[in-house]
Design a binder for this molecule. Structure first.
Ligand SMILES: [Zn+2]
Length: 276
């Protein structure tokens, strides 16, 4: 038996200004874990009172924050070639990390870097990203957070758009509290989710679970694309990962319908896991 529980990224409410009104839907679907996605809307990290209000609302609905996704702009800036902009982004992400601890979160999810416009710049962007993450990892260690680096969407050239590059990035840092977040959709567009999992299994900290057709980044529910879920669940069991099974899906229909469906698909996936 596994203790793995279902979680959902607030990507589901990406167009919503506030998260609190949607928390009862999670409780109704018996989903107890979230990843915070849309900042500052879903976590107004510069406002102490807003942080407190969110913490209270989470408690009221028995929803726990597992992780937080660093906003895309800061990910890009932290691996950018403008040193002033890079440093400002690191400082801002530190504020976000502090706020994450105030709402009970455990993991900061980020990427190695943003879009690579000129392949000649990739090594310098990679190095800038590493410098930022080394500093951020030290800060996060001191406040009790883990940092998980996610494989980027490979449809456009990005730092970390292959799992192998993400592994080089993380291993090169050698920080104890840095590991991996595996995004199954992104992996399905480059290699495949099962072999990607094999590369990061030794330091797997978080999952972004969704499906696609292998052509574009749909972030659909599992079984709505061509990820080999039976094989993935057996491989996941072999890793010993026991933390949150975080779905990162888009709102293609009413969120409450998606949450109901998410619960049903999770149960199917867990049957595969137990059978493996
Ligand atoms: Zn993701």
């Amino acid at each position: 038996m596994t203790n793995m529980e279902l979680g959902v990224s607030t990507l589901l409410w990406y167009d919503e200004e506030r998260l609190e009104p949607h928390l009862p839907l999670l409780a109704a679907a018996d989903i107890r874990h979230i990843e915070l996605r849309h900042l500052p809307h879903h976590l107004n990290y510069a406002d102490k009172d807003a942080i407190k209000r969110l913490a209270m609302a989470l408690q009221e609905h028995s929803v726990a924050v597992y992780s937080l996704h660093v906003p895309d702009q800061f990910i890009t800036d932290m691996a950018g070639l403008d040193e002033g902009v890079r440093k400002a982004a690191v400082a801002e992400v530190k504020r976000i990390a502090m706020a994450l601890t105030k709402v009970g979160g455990r993991i900061l999810v980020t990427h190695a870097g943003g879009v690579v416009n000129d392949e000649a710049d990739r090594p310098r962007q990679f190095a800038a990203g590493q410098e930022s993450l080394a500093e951020l990892a030290g800060f996060c260690r001191d406040i009790g957070l883990l940092v998980a680096v996610e494989n980027s969407l490979p449809t456009t050239a990005r730092v970390g758009d292959t799992v192998a590059e993400v592994v080089r990035f993380v291993e090169g840092l050698g920080a104890e509290n840095i590991g991996y977040c595996l995004d199954t959709s992104h992996a399905n567009l480059s290699e495949d989710a099962v072999s990607a999992l094999g590369l990061v299994r030794h330091k797997l900290m978080a999952l972004h679970i969704s499906d696609n057709d292998g052509q574009s980044d749909q972030h659909a529910l599992p079984f709505d694309g061509n990820v080999d879920w039976p094989a993935f669940m057996i491989a996941l069991k072999a890793t010993g990962y026991q933390d949150v099974f975080m779905l990162e899906v888009r709102a293609t229909q009413q969120p409450w319908l998606i949450l109901q469906e998410a619960r049903a698909r999770f149960d199917q996936l867990m049957t595969m896991y137990e059978a493996g």
